[in-house]
Design a protein around this ligand. Structure first.
Ligand code: GAL
Length: 321
């Protein structure tokens, strides 16, 4: 795709003409440039899934792409690499998912948070890596269980005042918890005390994506059906720390009950536009994970602040004008 249009679910090529490999991703906007970080799954599915039963690609690392317009993406390469050292968190036999990057204006560091796990998803930790540049290389720091909680699908959110939060699925995905990060973004604060539980209508929620509009925080999540699509759900809150109120499925129309065959990963605030947000999701291809496509759709607001996400075969940013 080289035009100034989005084609949700269609193969999306970078400026070199190669398929974009940035799954479970998130976007950082920094000094006029968007950076898209995501899982590099550019290999055949591994045979190892036969033991765990979960289709997977060996860990390669985290890709980064840059763009000024959200349509055209330059490949900045793999900015965090797998590590062959036996037992390393990022060993190819392990799991590295849902990387998200924040810029810390105080330390001037780019801080990457990610889900680090073993092939059976029982390690359940967050991992951290840092870099002085948005395009890496990122140095892996450590993994841990925030507040002692198991942590699987996760995201981070940076508020206008610079406070950042970790939002993760915990307690075997039956809860979503949020933690304020420390000032350097390298840990969670008050680990065991400051958490909140999102009251889930359907209990298990994952793949959280958080954004703020008119002083209300929105969290879109998916249900827990592995690589298979399920209905999205969103909740609203006056603070990232809650209390969160479940509203319902933001998707409408045909295939809304499968999130248009995709799973949330992030919501992108379009720079310079107060009411412009893009729902960013993965259309997983479980047998050929590297070919999993991206579904980007505009978030639409009604007067009472309710959101809808509807399918569009093709659209562009003029929708927000
Ligand atoms: C999903 C999760 C993905 C990946 C997958 C593995 O539930 O959202 O990030 O972990 O399971 O089956």
């Amino acid at each position: 795709m080289t035009s100034r249009e989005f084609h949700p679910g269609k193969p999306w090529l970078d400026t070199d003409g190669r398929l974009i490999e940035a799954h479970g991703g998130g976007i950082l906007y920094h000094e006029g440039i968007y950076y898209w970080y995501g899982e590099n799954k550019d290999a055949e599915n591994s045979e190892a899934h036969k033991q765990s039963g979960i289709d997977r690609v060996d860990v390669i690392g985290v890709s980064c792409y840059s763009s000024k317009d959200l349509y055209h993406w330059n490949n900045e390469g793999t900015v965090l690499h797998a590590n062959e050292e036996p037992g390393h968190d990022l060993h190819p036999s392990h799991v590295l998912e849902r990387p998200k990057v924040l810029y810390n204006a105080w330390t001037k560091q780019f801080v990457m948070w990610m889900h680090v796990d073993h092939g059976d998803y029982q390690f359940a930790r967050v991992g951290l890596a840092v870099s002085e540049r948005p395009t890496g290389p990122f140095r892996y720091v450590r993994s841990f269980r925030p507040g002692g909680y198991d942590s699987r699908d996760m995201t981070v959110y940076q508020d206008d005042d610079g406070t950042a939060y970790l939002i993760c699925s915990t307690n075997m995905n039956s809860k979503v918890v949020t933690f304020p990060l420390t000032g350097d973004y390298l840990d969670v604060q008050n680990a065991s005390a400051e958490h909140f539980v999102m009251p889930n209508e359907h209990m298990s929620r994952e793949s959280p994506a958080v954004f703020k509009y008119h002083q209300t925080y929105y969290m879109v999540t998916s249900g827990c059906t592995g690589w298979d699509a399920n209905p999205a759900e969103y909740a609203v809150a006056p603070s990232v720390m809650g209390p969160w109120t479940v509203v319902g499925n933001p998707c409408i129309g045909e295939h809304a009950d499968r999130t248009y065959y995709s799973q949330s990963t992030f919501v992108i605030p379009v720079a310079g536009k107060e009411h412009a947000f893009i729902f960013m999701a993965d259309r997983w291809n479980r047998y050929h994970l590297r070919e999993s496509a991206y579904v980007w759709l505009p978030v639409e607001f009604s007067q009472n602040g309710a959101i809808t996400i509807q399918w569009r075969d093709v659209w562009d940013l003029s929708i927000f004008e």
